[in-house]
Write a protein that binds this ligand. Sequence first.
Ligand code: IMP
Ligand code: MG
Length: 173
Amino acid sequence: MKETKRLLISREDIARRVKELAAQISQDYRGKEPVLVGILKGAFIFLADLVRALDFPVEIDFVRLMSYGDGTTSSGEVRVTKDVELPLEGRHVLVVEDIVDIGYTLYFLRQHLAGRNPLSLKFCCLIDKKERRAVNVPLDYVGFVVEKGFLVGYGLDCAEKMRTLPDVYELVD
Ligand code: IMP
Ligand code: MG
């Protein structure tokens, strides 16, 4: 496991960007009573900050998906280990994710949630990590774009470690 970490996105930059995203989302969804679906576990900190920056009411639910083992590469197989519980039929649904890498997770979730007949289905992620993207998933709201690297902090973990760091770091050799 890589031992050293390098500060990539500071808590101040995150806070600023979360406010901007929240303003954009407020403009697009005000009056629509959307359901925000956070993907556990990585998105819980981002979602918590995001919803408190919105100036209109939303409903919140969570889904838990497993795709990674203990390391830093994807198994390619995505499983639902905790499904959404609110009815989504006829609702505006906004999925909130921490980071999009290869794209398998959101690709899978898109099909999965589309089956619930939402009125609309959009995706918001804090970090769009470009280099390894293998499947195309439309991202409607993106906090930061990074090219590559394994990132930790602000909800992102490496084998359950470093999730609670307030800033985002890149693990380096
Ligand atoms: P994808 O299916 O490859 O797009 O993987 C997305 C999921 O992998 C995210 O929800 C994260 O949980 C995890 N992931 C991808 N890249 C990173 C990273 O750099 N740090 C921590 N988790 C990551
Ligand atoms: Mg995740």
